[in-house]
Structures are given as structure tokens and as C-alpha cells.
Design a protein around this ligand. Sequence first.
Ligand code: AMP
Ligand code: MN
Ligand code: MN
Ligand code: MN
Length: 288
Amino acid sequence: MFCRYDLHSHSTASDGTLSPAALVRLASEAGVQILALTDHDTVAGIREAREVAETCGIQLISGVEVSVTWSRQTVHIVGLNVDTESRVLGDGLQTLRDFRDWRAREIGKRLQTAGIQNAFEGALAHSNGTLVSRTHFARMLVERGVVEDERKVFKHYLVQGKPGHVPGNWASLENALEWIHQAGGEAVIAHPARYKMTRTKLRRLFGEFQELGGEAIEVVSGSHGRDDCISMAKHTNDFGLLASAGSDFHSPENPWVALGRLPLLPGDCRPIWDGWSGVEAGASRLAG
Ligand code: AMP
Ligand code: MN
Ligand code: MN
Ligand code: MN
């Protein structure tokens, strides 16, 4: 049995390959009942997603994935049930998109030095023209045949120590939570197992997040193995945090992360959606 909730997904408003409308339709076909659209640093896709969700019986949760620099590392905080009209959130996300614009040009310059011409223009052409992600650079280099697959582009060009790397200068954890909460939303630490932090550092992140009023940890994620789910469920209980579940879907071309295929939350954690009103779904959690 699969989870009916998917609280982490991307559209062409950031680095997904499906439009918000196509994403919602695919989620509906895949049996998702409650979907959060959580594009990187923007809520621009929510309106379109909501319109289509109403026609195909999906409950759409308005969300966002905020880029954060914490302890000299990039971490992602998902905001769920945010008011997309919130001025505080809107202004905050705008500062992140301004940094993104600068960074994309900077990545382009650095790749130029490494012999790759017009990289910024190429990445921009893969984006919707307003928000450029490293993913767009990766798709461009794969399309040009410079690198075999996106993963290798990150490994050889875009991460620390590689020619196209530009250090992140994103929101502070405190600001990200402030924006999400001012917009009436709940904050979730996205895909914690992906940060490759030591257990001590990860627990420091959970502790600070909890003290700042953060609500939940993504226990089930498209990038988590079974052991990750179990250990993250334990952390939620240790820190008195809720549990969330999201695929982090970006594209139907990626066979590893599909919509509607998330395992149920371990039975010993408290789902973030337990307190949500007007949300009805079938199984979402293992008995226990
Ligand atoms: P950005 O926010 O522009 O720095 O890009 C981050 C995005 O790049 C993530 O949300 C993923 O979609 C993608 N990404 C990060 N690391 C990798 C990787 N190793 N392989 C493929 N995609 C990645
Ligand atoms: Mn992404
Ligand atoms: Mn992320
Ligand atoms: Mn994501």
C-alpha cells in the first residue's frame, strides 16, 4: 500500500520538467490524494496547480522549498500550507531569487573559464526564463553531450571544488522559519538523509530547528532508503517533531522517484497532516 500524501514536488516554476497542471494530473492518475507543490524559492506555480487540482479531485497544499545556508551548508526547508499572498514570505523568496540570478550568471562565467561556452544562456533556455537552478545547467550539459547524465554534471562541475561551483548564500534557518510562519505555514526539514551530515551535526540541526519553532522532518522521502526512514522517525520522536512524506518528484524521466509510490510513514511517528482540517485520505501510516 502506498501513501496517499505527497508533500514535496516540483514543476517548471522551478526545476521540475512538468507544468503545474501536468504535475497535478499525473499525481491524480498515480493515486495521490493530497499533493503539495513545493518549488524552490517560489510559489509562482501554485495558482495553476490549484485550478487543475479542483477539476481532478486532488487536494492541493500550497508549498515552497526554501533554500537555507546553515553551518556553511545548504539545507532545504519545505513550507506547507503557506499563504501565497504573504508579503513577508514573498519578499523573503525574492531575495533568494535575486541571489539565484546572480549565481546563475556567475556559474556561467566559471564554466566559460572551464571551456564551456554560453552556459548561462543554455541553462536559461532550459528554465522557464525566470528561475535558474543548477538542475538547468545539468540538463543543458547532458543535452549538449558534454556529460552523460545529470548526476555526473553535479559531481564533476557543480559541487564544491569543481569548476562551476559557487558557494550558497541563502536564507538563515531563522529567516526561513520566520517567513513560513508569518505566511501561516508549517516548516519541514526536507530530505535530511541527503545532507551527509554526521549524526551529531544532524541532531544539532534538528535541535535548532525545533527551538526556532519548526514543525516536522521529512521521514519518508524519495531520496531516503528504508533505514533512513526508520532513523528519521526516531529523530522526530526524540525532538518532539512531526513527520512528513514527500517524493521530491522533478520529472517522469527519473525512474527512481515517482509520484504515488511513497511508502507509508512508520507507525510510531505523528504525521504532520493529523491536525489538518478538511483533509481526508485513506491509509497514510503503518499500524502501530
Ligand atoms: P539549486 O537549488 O539551484 O542549487 O539546485 C539544487 C537542485 O539540484 C536540487 O533540488 C536537485 O533537484 C538537484 N540536485 C542536487 N544535487 C544533485 C545531484 N547530485 N544529482 C542530480 N541532481 C541534483
Ligand atoms: Mn530540485
Ligand atoms: Mn531539496
Ligand atoms: Mn525538492
